[in-house]
Every structure is written in C-alpha cells, then in structure tokens.
Design a protein around this ligand. Structure first.
Ligand SMILES: [Mg+2]
Length: 192
C-alpha cells in the first residue's frame, strides 16, 4: 500500500522569501503593536495612500531573496513526494508583486497551487481557512502570533504548524521551531 502524499503549505514573506538582515521585522512588529488589541488578534491594514506605499516598501525590503530549502520543496513536489502550496496573507494591493514573485521563483509551474489574501481578510483567519480548504498536513509560517493562533485552533488539530523563528524570538518554546527553511524542510523529509 502506498503512503499518503503529504500536503505542505508555505508562507511567502519570511519563509520562501527573506531578507538576511531582517531589517523590516521590528518595523512590522511595532506597526502591529500600535493597532493590536490586548487579547484579540487584529492585524494592521494600511488605509491611506502613504500607508499603502510604506506597506509595499516594507514588503519589498523584507523579501529580497529566495530561501535555501525552496529548491528542495520543488524537487520533492516534482518527485511526487509531497504536494506543496504557497499560502500568503498578502493583501490585494500586493497582488501584482505577489504574482511577479510567484513567476520569478517558478512556483506557478513547480508547485501545486499559489494563493494570496485577495479579499483582504485578517491574515490569521485567511490562513486558517486556506489550510482547511487545501486539507494541509503541515503549514510553515514565520510570524509567531500566527503560529500560536493556528496551532491552538480547534479546526486544525491534525495540522502541524512549523515555525521559522528569527533571532529575536529564539527564546520562545515551541515544539516545531527551526531557524531556517532548509532546517524545516529537513524535518519535513523525516516525516515522509
Ligand atoms: Mg510571513
């Protein structure tokens, strides 16, 4: 009997794409803190023209390179070891840049599907919905707030949420945490 082919979802910014200097991380975090309610998850959504320009710039600065390990994802997908999807919570205003990246990294021709948050839903809810819809076994994410939300979601009990942490968050205890995509992919390969 053949084994079930695992379905893996990957975030784009901070997982497949990253900036080794991570210059935009503290900016994004402080932006988020300004508008975050104490308990309820609520992510910042840029409204004015200039807020949108700054938001685009932050994404541009934070996503300059393709992470080591992405080629392994392509290879595993081509060899039918896994099914793989890009699930990004990028808002509609970043749709053009999203499609540009997807083409550039050949995710459209090499992976099983690519999705972004064209309906401007709250990022954690969009991801939760897509993980359910695509019936994912594993989802790889870099934002710890989202990792915590998804890993505690009753709807996603059987899903492994894999966390790519940055140096500032390394003290946080979490069972599936990895410093790089490469390390996360090596872990995923052991579960196949
Ligand atoms: Mg991210």
């Amino acid at each position: 009997m053949s084994k079930k082919v695992l379905s893996i979802g990957l975030d784009l910014d901070g997982v497949i794409l990253y900036n080794p200097l991570r210059v935009a991380r503290p900016l994004i975090a402080s932006f988020k803190n300004i508008v975050a309610y104490k308990r309820r998850m609520k992510f910042y959504y840029p409204k004015t023209f200039w807020e949108k320009q700054i938001w685009k710039l932050i994404h541009y600065l934070s996503s300059l390179f393709v992470a080591d390990g992405f080629r392994d994802i392509i290879k595993l997908t081509r060899n039918k070891k896994i099914r793989s999807y890009v699930v990004s919570a990028r808002y509609s205003m970043l749709g053009v840049d999203f499609r540009r990246w997807i083409k550039k990294i050949k995710a459209d021709s090499s992976l099983s599907g690519c999705y972004y948050n064209a309906g401007d839903k709250q990022p954690h809810l969009f991801k939760q919905k897509m993980i359910e819809k695509l019936n994912l076994d594993i989802y790889v994410e870099d934002n710890y707030d989202i990792v915590r939300y998804l890993s505690q979601s009753a709807k996603l009990k059987k899903v492994k949420i894999v966390w790519i942490y940055n140096i500032l968050d390394r003290h946080i205890d979490y069972p599936y945490k990895f410093p790089t995509l490469k390390a996360a992919v090596e872990f995923i390969e052991t579960t196949l």
